[in-house]
Design a protein around this ligand. Structure first.
Ligand code: S3P
Length: 442
């Protein structure tokens, strides 16, 4: 039985400093790369969410030694292509598209068939997007439906490098091919629409032979494979996508202020800062610094009034892809009609998020115009919700749950939001942090 969470009161004004859970994209990438490095790698502040724990569980099944302590996680890598492939191996990616798609890139050398499965939500998502390029490296795939999980992969004797055009702006597709290139003799070339670039930054930091050229629309990436790299320690910064629920909570609450410490503000992830600043939200980045190729900062955010609607520039879509649901709440409170377009990828997430965003706004009394790739939101700066709202999303979509919770805490109403445990996939401390900010005992 899927449980629910009730919220019947707005949050009280607050002035707090908080720490958010670790970056999911970086935590998964650290683990996958550490498993292919030579030696003992350590991660501090690794996100201990289901998606990351599933990553570690998959690696253990591939014979990788992993030690998990309170303060750190250690992975003992044995170099490129060092996984042990047992007979009848099944790996479970759970709810995580990132894990499912990236790990396939590392499995293109498997000398035995490996089955990849996922939960109900992941099994509805598109895998053709990575199967197609990975087949060109020489990998074989077996499945009833090659577009979806469950899938079985078998590596060839020798993989060959490819030229690949990534045209969706998907970091998962780009990274899956980059990981396949790591283990492939020769030079793999990728022309990729802009998307988050943690993999590129990590490759550079690890001195994996990578050449990067940026044009306005595309990034050109060349990777020379088969170069061993050394183990590495990493302290995972906080996840900007998780931080944004609290940014919007503060922006939409009265007389409040929040400092969020040590957030990864990598420009390829920070589109929502630009979007919300254009809408009149007061966000300041403090104490900016570099860390192992990534950019880290504290985020200071204050209650914001006189919010403005936006015709959102599409060049910011990929760098804000996980933040749109929460940005829609700011649009709901803004003066005028906001327009977000070219967002069909949002319907490819854990659940069809463009549809869910619109559905929740409608339940709140906000008018929207929805297509398969766009949404217009008719903002209402004086919106106060008095009625009951029930949100029933059963696809473990953590961001739908958290968007609903922030709406309840800022607009009022009596909310019953299903599937609170979905937050365990990306942001396990979300509800505890809300309680802390609201001065409630845990
Ligand atoms: C991610 C990439 C994005 C994002 C997801 C994490 C990653 O997906 O939505 O939450 O870590 O590479 P796409 O690459 O499919 O856009």
């Amino acid at each position: 039985m899927i449980g629910f969470h009730k919220i019947n009161k707005k949050i009280k004004p607050f002035n707090k400093t908080i720490f958010i859970d670790g970056d999911k994209s970086l935590s998964i990438r650290w683990a996958l790369l550490a498993s292919q490095a030579l030696g003992r790698s350590r991660a501090y502040k690794l996100l201990k969410s289901e998606d990351v724990l599933n990553t570690l569980a998959c690696l253990k099944k591939l014979g990788v030694k992993i030690i998990i302590k309170d303060k750190y996680c250690e992975i003992i890598g044995k170099g490129l292509n060092s996984y042990k492939y047992n007979n009848n191996l099944t790996l479970n990616a759970g709810n995580s598209g990132t894990l499912g798609r990236l790990i396939l890139g590392l499995l293109i050398h498997s000398n035995k068939k490996i089955k990849l499965i996922g939960d109900k939500s992941l099994s509805k998502r598109d895998f053709a997007r990575v199967v197609k390029p990975l087949k060109r490296f020489g990998a074989k795939f077996y499945s009833k439906n090659l577009n979806k999980l469950p899938l079985t992969i078998l590596g060839p004797k020798l993989t060959k490098p490819i030229n690949y055009i990534e045209d969706r702006g998907s970091a998962q597709c780009k990274s899956s091919v980059m990981f396949a290139a790591l283990n492939t003799e020769g030079v793999t070339t990728i022309k990729a629409r802009k998307s988050r670039d943690h993999s590129e930054r990590l490759f550079k930091y690890l001195k994996i032979p990578i050449k990067l050229k940026k044009t306005k629309k595309y990034d050109l990436i060349k990777i020379k494979g088969k170069k061993e790299f050394k183990s590495f320690n990493y302290s995972i910064p906080s996840d900007i996508s998780s931080a944004f629920f609290f940014v919007v909570l503060t922006a939409l609450s009265k007389n409040s202020k929040l400092l969020i410490k040590d957030v990864n503000v990598n420009p390829s992830r920070a589109g929502a800062i630009k979007i919300l600043s254009k809408m009149g939200v007061s966000i300041v980045l403090k104490n900016k610094r570099n860390y192992k190729g990534e950019k880290i900062s504290d985020i200071l955010i204050k209650s914001s009034s006189n919010l403005k609607s936006i015709n959102c520039p599409t060049n910011l879509n990929s760098s804000a892809i996980d933040e749109f649901l929460i940005i829609f709440l700011v649009a709901a409170k803004s003066k005028g009609i906001s327009y977000f377009k070219n967002l069909s990828e949002l319907n490819q997430k854990e659940s069809p998020r463009l549809k869910w965003g619109s559905k929740i706004l409608n339940m709140m009394g906000i008018k929207t115009e929805l297509t398969n790739h766009s949404i217009k939101i008719y903002g209402n700066p004086s919106l106060v919700i008095k009625k009951s709202i029930i949100v029933k999303n059963y696809l473990k979509d953590h961001r739908v749950f958290m968007m609903s919770a922030i709406a309840a805490l800022t607009f009022g109403g009596q909310w019953k939001i299903f599937d609170p445990i979905s937050i365990n996939t990306s942001f396990p401390s979300f509800l505890k942090l809300i309680k802390k900010i609201n001065n409630k005992t845990l």
